[in-house]
Design a protein around this ligand. Structure first.
Ligand SMILES: CC(C)(COP(=O)(O)OP(=O)(O)OC[C@H]1O[C@@H](n2cnc3c(N)ncnc32)[C@H](O)[C@@H]1OP(=O)(O)O)[C@@H](O)C(=O)NCCC(=O)NCCS
Length: 233
């Protein structure tokens, strides 16, 4: 296997690895690839592990695991809440700090119920082996003059990132929005530091329409812009 034919590159401090390499390792079940700054390893049990010195979290995608994408159910509330808590604990992707997130399962269920009851809203989950490992929501605006627009939010469980699930969930939501005559514009906001999310959105045709400069303050002299993106559907 000649790895030079595959795309392996670094964006900031992240390793980007292309789908053919991932597929190769999944098929082969074992292997080792040196990249400039990190390594990619695969073994029969885990499928793939990607590590970059100590800078990036190890990623594992278990072999032969197949994700199922489906509309959310009310009884997904607890697992979705767990993912939300985990991502907020990571403290790098979302506005709220952990102390500001105290949603209960009942509140989460009410939220899901409202989404399911609104023809301009939707939510999908990605499930692997019966467990929800990712979710995406589209919530429309309530005001009449804005009701053709809405915003997306999505989260993938840490160990399942970078394996295509975010993209599949986004594709599913965009396909739904495209065939929904009530929706014309899909919006989102993301931290300017969230390079993986921005790369995903750009790859799906989202365009930056502006940014709120220094919108979030992490510490003295450490600010992040809110990047506003949209896609017409
Ligand atoms: C952002 C997130 C939803 C992306 O989902 P994912 O499953 O990890 O991403 P995917 O594997 O589907 O990759 C989709 C695209 O992202 C980009 N990408 C993936 N991994 C990347 C990395 N390490 N660095 C840069 N770009 C990357 C690529 O463009 C990729 O497309 P490609 O495979 O066709 O090249 C997910 O990582 C996540 O939940 N992160 C934490 C929460 C979060 O940031 N949510 C979004 C807030 S706005």
């Amino acid at each position: 296997m000649d790895f030079s034919t595959f795309h392996v590159s670094h964006v900031k401090d992240l390793l980007v690895i292309s789908t053919p390499i991932v597929n190769y390792f999944l098929e082969k079940g074992t292997g080792h690839l040196d990249a400039k700054k990190g390594f990619v390893e695969a073994c029969g049990e885990f499928g793939i592990a990607i590590n970059m010195n100590d800078e990036v979290e190890p990623l594992t995608v278990k072999k032969n695991e197949k994700a199922v994408l489906r509309t959310v159910h009310l009884d997904d509330a607890e697992e979705i809440l767990d993912i939300q808590r985990e991502v907020i604990e990571e403290s790098v992707y979302f506005i709220r700090v952990p102390e500001e997130f105290d949603k209960t399962i009942e509140q989460e269920q009410e939220w899901i119920e409202k989404i399911l009851g609104n023809e301009r809203d939707n939510m999908f989950v990605a499930e692997i082996g019966g467990t929800v490992v990712g979710w995406i929501v589209f919530r429309s605006q309530e005001r009449r003059r804005m009701s053709h627009t809405g915003s997306i939010a999505l989260q993938i469980k840490k160990n399942y990132r970078g394996s295509g699930l975010g993209k599949q969930l986004l594709q599913e939501m965009l396909a739904w929005a495209e065939q929904n005559p009530l929706i014309e514009k899909v919006c989102l906001g993301t931290f300017s530091t969230n390079h993986r999310a921005i790369a995903l959105y750009e790859s799906m045709g989202f365009v930056e329409e502006g940014r709120k400069v220094k919108e979030f303050k992490f510490s003295d002299n450490e600010y992040v812009d809110d990047v506003l993106m949209y896609k017409l559907v």
